[in-house]
Design a protein around this ligand. Structure first.
Ligand code: CAA
Length: 258
């Protein structure tokens, strides 16, 4: 497996695990770290032996944002020419289901990275926020768009305009996170959830992910058409035949593509 400098990767069964590993900076997301996360996620995505990916940080910080020290002296033109943050757009294009297991600070780019994942499982100590305004900037990795879609205008606007941080329970009530679990159980819960997804047909899980994501990109009618094309495509897979045969034969499905 490729060696990275700021992240750790491992595969457990059919689950790929990416651990942000820059504790001295609370996992601040430098440009290098972004590229490493993208490379690792793409490698897992391309591996038919991986059916789901988990991304996590430490118990103190999932990630405390984009690397402020790296960005501080950059000019607008520097950022524009380098297309700063573009690796994150690519990460959103990874097709394998991606779960963020979040403990501690998920601020700025950290909150945005968690929202790029397909869903978030949070530890009780997780804190979410978009404090960029306090630095004289605004979110740059999709936060103003994904947070608003996740929790609605009122709360998103308040958080983006004031930098207020939201605790795990409020984030769950607001619909930002799927589930809150005790911190000691976080990784295990996320890995188990990922293993459940990875036990399904990978192409069908990819089609399902694409269909849910279509809800954020389209009108209802277009989204429903997208879904319909997706379910028709499922009927072209051996796994649909196997899944439905297993149901009628009252046995567990043995999907070919998992
Ligand atoms: N970038 C660079 N370094 C960071 C960092 C960041 N986003 N967040 C923390 N660090 C560094 C600190 O500078 C510190 O390093 P030194 O020991 O060398 O001084 C180390 O991590 C530990 O941090 P603290 O001493 O500050 O730890 P704390 O427990 O007192 O506070 C915190 C924790 C509240 C998260 C605080 O570190 C903090 O406010 N961090 C910045 C949060 C932030 O503003 N994030 C948004 C960044 S901008 C962005 O993300 C843009 C975008 O949308 C893409």
């Amino acid at each position: 497996m490729t060696q990275y400098s700021l992240i750790l990767t491992e595969q457990r069964g059919r689950v790929g695990l990416i651990t942000l590993n820059r504790p001295e900076a609370l996992n601040a997301l430098s440009d290098t770290m972004g590229r490493e996360i993208l490379a690792a996620a793409r490698a897992f995505d391309a591996d038919p032996g991986v059916g789901a990916i988990v991304i996590t940080g430490s118990s103190r910080a999932f990630a405390a944002g984009a690397d402020i020290k790296e960005m501080a002296s950059k000019s607008s033109v520097d950022m524009y020419l380098a297309d700063w943050f573009s690796a994150w757009d690519e990460l959103a294009r990874v097709r394998t289901p991606l779960i963020a297991a979040v403990a501690g600070h998920a601020l700025g780019g950290g909150c945005e990275l968690a929202m790029i994942a397909d869903f978030i499982i949070a530890a009780e100590n997780a804190k979410f926020g978009q404090p960029e305004i306090k630095l004289g900037v605004i979110p740059g990795m999709g936060g103003s768009q994904r947070l608003t879609r996740a929790i609605g205008k009122a709360k998103a606007m308040e958080m983006v305009l004031t930098g207020r941080v939201m605790g795990a329970l409020e984030a769950e009530a607001a619909g930002l996170v799927a589930r809150v679990v005790p911190i000691d159980a976080l990784l295990e819960e996320a890995m188990e959830t990922a293993a459940t997804i990875a036990s399904m047909s990978k192409p069908v899980a990819m089609i399902a992910k694409e269909a849910v994501n279509a809800a954020f990109e389209s009108t209802l009618a277009e989204g429903v058409r997208h879904e319909r094309r997706g379910i028709f495509a499922c009927f072209a897979t051996e796994d649909q035949k196997e899944g439905m045969a297993a149901f009628t034969e009252k046995r567990p499905a043995n999907f070919k593509h998992r």
